[in-house]
Design a protein around this ligand. Structure first.
Ligand code: C2O
Ligand code: CU
Length: 523
């Protein structure tokens, strides 16, 4: 297969890449573990559904499908397992795909058929969700909706076509496993794209705590025991919560009242922030030559942290949001919520530059280095001046013509009200936690609108599986949209992919504490 020319790929440590190989169809084993017993924190799998779905059905082995004649097949195996990982100083025992954080980069071309076998070596059931891909429902990786969780020592094979080019990713959809090291980037190349850049880098940002005394399950248990929905209405406890911290809200932007425009910084304090699995003291380094044009694919894989991202001494041109082309937009810094992706193009200067992701409303930062020349490397706490200015929000972007949904009146408008429970760590959509809220119902062929309100003091990244939506007004195509505190917006999508789909806040703790809802098709 032909690969775009890439100069200055990240060093192997930075992000391991597994190149796709073209294979013939092969028969895959898939002894399917029975499983269950995911523990009290796997609301996804154990919450009884209003109509009884949570108690069944069981799904059995993966729903097989076949590539079309002539369709290229990309085969991979992912092995979620416990491993010891060096984050560039802190060495942690954690849960990863393979033995690195992030997991292996999966690369394909739009139209390819992916066959990905997951061998679960974790001490718990798991699944893999393919975030942002408009795939067939049975391959979506949501336990209780599209499959049974993959039991310990069991295997499961996901088979689906990747229809659209773009920057995507994968992660488990069980409990708070995502806040361990279980995530990886999935890049789908556009066979028609001219390219026009000299190098391409994948930059994955994360907030890290696993293996340093607390697990994500401990953290969720603590939040539930603490009983605060920090950003919820009436629940403004700041106990144990780091607001601002050194560096303050630099670059984050304030609203008219002088409140940070994105509200509170999250529910969880993290000891580390990572770019491509490295702490700032021992950063990932990207190398290139001065004057080269680089495409940077940025993914926020964090569980509880929005970041402002900037490259010291450079302007960045945003070219894609969640895989979809936008009218190129030049910025100094951008805000990226959990689950979001942005593709950027930059022309590099001469020297060594800090690429910094500053956690919104929290102390610390993630850092990588871009090296095109000599000089002394910026320190671990280097703060690009670009972060002093306002960071771009998605609402400033305009979709490229080719990314627009064809104009059409909505056939149905459904409410999507996000709130925080009072007096308990519960997050809700439409007045109830997942399992107690009624599914959003559409019929195949409809143009559906979700009328979203955020009745809390925190920003929530709203994610919809299986579809990409257009933000009402701008028409920006996305699959994950940060809805600011007390904000409202609407999104529209074509109901063209029947099945049972999840929609939820991409804060892992919020989702697990109830901020999820099913999107179902009438049959
Ligand atoms: Cu990336 Cu349901 O999530
Ligand atoms: Cu949320």
């Amino acid at each position: 297969m032909s690969e775009p020319t890439r100069i200055g790929d990240p060093q192997p440590l930075t992000l391991p890449s597994i190149r796709p190989s073209v294979t013939r169809r092969s028969v895959l084993g898939g002894a399917l573990g029975g499983l269950l017993g995911t523990g009290l924190l796997s609301g996804c799998t154990t919450t009884p559904h209003r109509d009884g779905h949570g108690l069944g059905p069981t799904f059995g082995p993966p729903t097989p499908t076949s590539p079309a004649p002539g369709q290229r097949v990309v085969e991979r195996t992912l092995t979620p397992q416990v491993a010891t990982v060096d984050l560039g100083g802190p060495t942690v025992s954690t849960w990863v795909f393979g033995d690195t954080v992030p997991g292996p980069l999966i690369r394909a071309t739009a139209g390819d058929f992916l066959r990905i076998r997951v061998d679960n070596q974790l001490p718990a059931p798991t699944t893999v969700h393919w975030h942002g891909i408009r795939l067939r429902n049975p391959a979506d990786g949501v336990p209780g909706l599209t499959q049974d969780p993959i039991g310990q020592n069991a295997s499961y094979t996901y088979e689906f076509t990747v229809p659209d080019p773009g920057t995507y990713w994968f992660h488990p959809h069980v409990g708070v496993q995502l806040d361990r090291g279980l995530y990886g980037a999935l890049v789908v190349d556009d066979p028609r794209e001219p390219g026009g850049y000299d190098a391409e880098w994948v930059v994955v940002i994360d907030d890290w705590l696993d293996g340093l005394g607390r697990t994500p399950d401990d953290v969720l248990a603590g939040l539930i025991a603490g009983g605060h929905t920090m950003g919820g209405m009436g629940g403004h406890s700041m106990g144990g919560h780091t607001m601002g911290g050194p560096g303050g809200m630099g670059g984050m932007g304030m609203d008219e009242q002088g409140m940070p425009a994105e509200g509170m910084g999250g529910d969880v304090t993290y000891p580390h922030f990572l770019i491509n699995g490295r702490v700032p003291a021992a950063p990932s380094t990207f190398t290139a030559k001065p004057g080269q044009r680089v495409r940077i694919r940025v993914l926020n894989a964090a569980s509880d942290t929005i970041f402002a991202l900037a490259l010291g001494g450079h302007r960045l041109t945003v070219t894609h949001s969640d895989g979809y082309a936008v009218v190129p937009h030049e910025i100094g810094a951008l805000l990226i919520g959990m689950g979001e992706r942005y593709d950027l193009v930059v022309t590099l200067g001469d020297g060594i530059f800090p690429l910094v992701a500053k956690p919104y409303g929290k102390a610390g930062q993630a850092l990588a280095l871009v090296r095109t020349g000599s000089g002394s490397a910026p320190g671990a706490d280097a703060l690009p001046a670009e972060l002093d200015g306002p960071a771009m929000r998605a609402r400033e972007l305009v979709p490229a013509e080719a990314s627009r949904l064809p104009a059409r009146e909505a056939d149905v408008t459904l409410p999507y009200h996000m709130a925080g429970g009072m007096g308990s760590y519960t997050w809700t959509i439409n007045g109830a936690a997942y399992g107690e809220n009624a599914p959003l119902l559409v019929s195949a062929g409809q143009r559906a609108r979700l009328s979203i309100t955020n009745q809390t003091m925190m920003a929530h990244p709203v994610h919809l599986h299986g579809h990409t939506f257009a933000v009402t007004g701008s028409g920006l195509r996305k699959d994950t949209l940060v809805v600011p505190p007390m904000g409202s917006t609407a999104i529209e999508f074509q109901a063209d992919n029947p099945g049972r789909w999840m929609s939820h806040c991409h804060n892992t703790y919020h989702a697990e504490a109830g901020m999820m809802i099913e999107l179902a098709y009438r049959t």
